[in-house]
Ligand binder design. Structure first.
Ligand SMILES: Cc1cc2nc3c(=O)[nH]c(=O)nc-3n(C[C@H](O)[C@H](O)[C@H](O)COP(=O)(O)OP(=O)(O)OC[C@H]3O[C@@H](n4cnc5c(N)ncnc54)[C@H](O)[C@@H]3O)c2cc1C
Length: 494
């Protein structure tokens, strides 16, 4: 039985940990963030708390004002700690151009497996909350299809609306509650939090991972890039740091100055490493409507209008911190602070209708985000990032259709955007695709047997929907191949 090192504990990492341990292997899990299972989570937008759970790229966005800001979760459970718990299956058209063996029909059994383990279902009475009713009214007024409830991984939800950044009542069915708990029950899982993997190398026929400790800092663990290195050794390594950090970990590994006796990873084509990342067309719109929305009640996003290339989802009354960060401004208010702003936002919980757009990046910008390593810190590009054609207009028609007043988002104000849904950077490919970072069948890094990437970075394109469900289904499927539940030589038939 192999000793497996899993780096990162989000959707991909947790699924790998469960599957390997249940198959009899021992797993050592390295996570740069904190274990929240015995800590009190707060309902606050205080940055001192938020940035223990969220990593932002670029970190200096307040000063540098990039065109695109990316945020991701961190901690034991990864993005599942901070996410809105939405589990939408990708539509069939999302898989156009993916490697052979990836269609909606191939992934359906895996989606079902994940839904069963996470207890995914619509929130009880989802359509009856004032926000859902106003959203449905707005869709009808705008001539859009009727919204349907989002499948959510929540259990015993109190409907307080504060799922993000973390459920203070433990009602979000995170990967820590489920897949990692299953792995722990086998007695074969060792968890090491506050360890940021610096690089991976070979040692004989095994792998070694060198890590920085992050326990000397209070937040922003993704920025740690110095201090003594601690090492772990294993037969296999699963890189599961997500779309931004997995490519830079591999990049650091290729270029690392190694201690004596350590050997570098075997060369593989890194032409596409850290490239082709897609932000899943995230845009936020909103405004004030005459109807009573009660934006704080219910889950973060309960409904969606399906428009094929993209969806529109109703957004919980965004907490003040996030609103200021996003610089959303109603008409006639020149800056996102001060008395005039405060006055206009006084009643925003009751009357603000927020709309999230999630889908395809438009205007030829699909997959144009890049990331590179700079001294141990991930630096994302600020290239052009555009919404799906017609999506901004559709979102805004939900506000105007109700006779509401539009608020201008950073997109209207300065053509800047914000995504929480990056995918790609270590994209998978067919065996004939020499530049694919990992092979589609088992997500193994080319030329490096026993080294796998299992997370959102392997997606070769957008899932056109909130991506965690597709990341999880892909991870489960790859684990079936890695553990020989499906023989590798029968791929892609299985
Ligand atoms: C506020 C918010 C809300 C969201 N809501 C939804 C939603 O409702 N539905 C949905 O589908 N998606 C949602 N997402 C996106 C979702 O969280 C991500 O798509 C998903 O978590 C990606 O999974 P992953 O396995 O690729 O990596 P992640 O879940 O990001 O996990 C990677 C883990 O690796 C750790 N890590 C990174 N680098 C290192 C390193 N060098 N060493 C050690 N550990 C490392 C990180 O700390 C993190 O815990 C949301 C994201 C945010 C920020």
């Amino acid at each position: 039985m192999a000793h497996v090192i899993v780096i990162g504990s989000g959707f991909g990492g947790s699924i790998a940990a469960k599957r390997f341990t249940e198959a009899g292997h021992t797993v050592e899990l390295l996570e740069m963030g904190e274990d929240w299972s015995k800590q009190r989570a707060l309902q606050t937008a205080d940055p001192a708390f938020l940035f223990r759970l969220l990593r932002d790229y670029p970190h200096d966005y307040l000063l540098t004002k990039p065109r695109l800001l990316v945020a991701q979760g961190m901690g034991l459970g990864g993005g599942s700690l901070v996410y809105s718990a939405i589990h939408l299956r990708a539509p069939g058209i999302a898989f156009d151009g993916w490697p052979a063996g990836y269609t909606r029909a191939h992934l359906d059994p895996y989606y079902a497996r994940v839904e069963a383990r996470l207890g995914v279902s619509p929130l009880a009475g989802a359509a009856d909350f004032p926000r859902s009713r106003v959203f449905a009214q707005a869709a009808a007024a705008a001539g859009l299809p009727p919204p349907v409830p989002n499948p959510l991984a929540l259990s015993g939800c109190t409907a307080c609306g504060w799922c993000v950044p973390i459920c203070a009542f433990g009602k979000k069915t995170t990967m820590a509650h489920t897949y990692l708990a299953d792995a722990a029950r086998t007695g074969k899982l060792t968890v090491r939090t506050r360890r940021k993997a610096a690089y991976i190398a070979r040692h004989g026929n095994r792998y070694r991972v060198a890590c920085w400790k992050t326990d000397h800092v209070e937040r922003d663990y993704h920025l740690v890039n110095d201090g003594a290195l601690v090492q772990v050794e294993g037969d296999k390594v699963v890189v599961a740091c997500g779309a931004i950090e997995s490519p830079v970990l591999l990049e650091r590994s290729i270029h690392a100055d190694l201690p004596k006796g350590w050997e570098p990873l075997r060369p593989f084509s890194a032409r596409r490493l850290g490239r082709g990342i897609d932000g899943t067309g995230d845009f936020l719109q909103g405004g004030f409507v005459p109807q009573q929305v009660d934006g704080y009640k219910g889950a973060v996003m309960m409904m969606h209008v399906d428009l094929g290339e993209y969806v529109l989802e109703d957004v919980h009354g965004i907490p003040v911190g996030a609103t200021v960060m996003l610089e959303t401004r109603p008409k006639g208010v020149s800056k996102p602070w001060g008395a005039a702003y405060k006055e206009r936002f006084r009643d925003y919980g009751r009357h603000m209708l927020g709309v999230a757009i999630i889908g395809r990046q438009g205007n030829g910008t699909a997959g144009n985000i890049t990331v590179r390593d700079q001294g141990g810190v991930a630096i994302t590009s600020g290239d052009a990032y555009h919404p799906a054609p017609g999506s901004i207009e559709a979102a805004r028609s939900l506000i105007t259709g109700l006779g509401g007043e539009l608020a201008d988002s950073p997109w209207e104000l300065s053509k800047t955007a914000f995504t929480v849904h990056p995918v790609g950077g270590c994209a998978m490919g067919d065996d004939t695709d020499a530049d694919a970072i990992v092979s589609a069948a088992d997500l193994g890094v080319r030329e490096n047997p026993g080294l796998h990437v299992i997370d959102g970075s392997v997606l070769p394109g957008t899932a056109l929907r909130n991506p965690s469900h597709t990341i999880s289904a892909v991870a489960e499927r790859a684990m079936d191949v890695i553990l020989s539940v499906h023989p590798r030589d029968r791929w892609p038939a299985t």
